[in-house]
Design a protein around this ligand. Structure first.
Ligand code: FAD
Ligand code: NAD
Length: 406
């Protein structure tokens, strides 16, 4: 083979870190590396809820791709992937076609709407920089409109968040802090604003430590978040949501519905004919697809079963980052002609969730529970560690979070 073509799809946590690692591992004469992404920037999905609530500007969340790749080693193509053709080793883009010898798929997540009527058309979702910016502007517009109508419309001041998993909770935490600022800006009394979190399960953050869940509820309720549990969102209309609780249907008038009740893998993977399980590729232990020896999957498009429980690992940035290290090492080995690939062994580094920038909860190292300032500190350290890994001290200093005791 001439210099092999390595193509990486998606510059999220998985794809970009794989690329950055590969550019360190491989010399220019050993392989051609191409990174394809729809934007010329990488965004930290884990900060999107802050941008959506308007508590953090989206420029803090995104990193120009040119700032972390070496243009002498990596060719960057800004384009949208349309389909992957693994039988013929090429990828169809909106404006081009790209052939590969080795492929890494890191196209991330999409919202999962479970076929709920009206969700696609009437609800916002926290998916990327564009959708987060739209949510922020939509909420602010509702506040701005309120005093511009003779007949006051309280549904402009009601925000309903569907799903109180980690994304829903982190988002309402930011909203709880943003709403008082909006009230002040638009001369609205805080008591007129409703933030409602609808959760289908009997508790928020189902499966997480009950003591910390209770802490989170208390922290958020004290800042005006109203939780409705055992409440399944059934329909999303233009100016209301319908949910079912205790066998009865209830309707909440609202101009702002944010769907945070689940994600799925990018549908391109399924549509491209890979064998999928829940829309994801159940990868081999070396992170390759079951069928193709030259195709790797990283991040939310990959499914890995946690053997002791028999359940899939949840899709997280933590996993995507760890997987990227193995994927890059294995692509490098194949390029070097070494068929002995490393096996991916996930390491649970714990879970920390923010409740706004002034509170957080988490379980770290061997099930140690933390909350309040310790958890805030840990959350920011996790974020900063990733930046250091991706772009060194320079990137950390430029984009890191250092307001530890906000
Ligand atoms: P992504 O980070 O989603 O990146 C995918 C990339 O592919 C993007 O750059 C996108 O622009 C690009 N792309 C998509 N489609 C195309 C296309 N057709 N053509 C070209 N490019 C394309 N996990 C944690 O571990 N900790 C957290 O604290 C945490 N917080 C979160 C908070 C929020 C609000 C959300 C929504 C998720 C959070 N997660 C967290 C989950 C985490 O963000 C995801 O698991 C992670 O982003 C997955 O990484 P990825 O590399 O697979 O894809
Ligand atoms: P999720 O699947 O974890 O949570 C979705 C929630 O919505 C669940 O609580 C579910 O019961 C509820 N739900 C589903 N259908 C519903 C309906 N019809 N009506 C009402 N409620 C409904 O999804 P997520 O919160 O978007 O998280 C996605 C992934 O990202 C997860 O793996 C999560 O761990 C990860 N994440 C991690 C963090 C963190 O570590 N701090 C933060 C955000 C997201």
């Amino acid at each position: 083979m001439d210099r092999p073509n390595i193509v990486v799809l998606g510059a999220g946590y998985g794809g970009l870190l794989t690329t950055v690692k590969l550019q360190k591992l491989l010399g220019r004469n050993q392989a051609k590396i191409t990174l394809i992404n729809n934007n010329d920037y990488h965004y930290q999905s884990t900060w999107l809820h802050e941008s959506a609530a308007g508590t953090l500007h989206h420029d803090r969340i995104r990193i120009p791709i040119k700032d972390v790749i070496n243009p002498h080693k990596v060719k960057f193509i800004q384009d949208t992937v349309v389909s992957i053709h693994p039988e013929d080793n090429y990828v169809k883009l909106m404006n081009d076609e790209v052939k590969y010898d080795y492929l890494v798929i890191g196209l991330g997540f999409e919202k999962a709407t479970f076929g709920i009527p009206g969700l696609e058309e009437n609800a916002y979702a926290i998916g990327d920089v564009n959708s987060s910016r739209l949510i922020r502007d939509h909420i602010e517009y509702q506040f701005a409109m309120y005093h511009n109508e003779v007949e006051k419309n309280p549904s402009r001041l009601t925000i309903v968040v569907g799903g109180a998993g980690f994304t829903g909770i982190e988002f309402v935490g930011e909203l709880a802090n943003r709403v008082p600022e909006l009230c002040q800006e638009y001369d609205i009394d805080r008591s007129q604003v409703e933030i409602v979190a609808l959760e289908g399960a009997s508790t928020i953050m189902p499966g997480f430590d009950p003591e910390l869940v209770e802490y989170a509820m208390n922290s958020l309720e004290a800042r005006g978040v109203h939780f409705i549990t055992d409440a399944l969102l059934k329909e999303c209309k233009t100016e209301s949501v319908v949910y079912e609780k205790d066998g009865k249907l209830h309707e909440i008038p609202t101009m702002t519905k944010v769907w945070a009740a689940g994600v799925r893998a990018n549908t391109i993977v399924e549509k491209s004919g890979f064998t999928t399980n829940r829309g994801k590729v159940e990868v081999r232990k070396d992170m390759r697809t079951p069928e193709y020896d030259n195709v790797f999957v990283v991040g939310d498009c990959a499914l890995i079963i946690d053997e002791p429980t028999g359940r899939p690992f949840p899709p997280t940035a933590q996993m995507a980052i760890q997987e990227a290290v193995t994927v890059a090492a294995n692509v490098n080995r194949l390029v070097q002609g070494n068929e002995h690939l490393a096996l991916f062994v996930p390491q649970n580094l714990g879970t920390v969730a923010s409740l706004g920038n002034n509170d957080a909860i988490g379980v770290i190292f061997n099930n140690r529970k933390i909350f309040g300032w310790k958890a805030i500190l840990m959350k920011k350290m996790i974020d900063n560690r990733y930046l250091l890994k991706l772009g060194g001290l320079g990137l950390l200093l430029k984009k890191g979070k250092f307001n530890f005791f906000a």
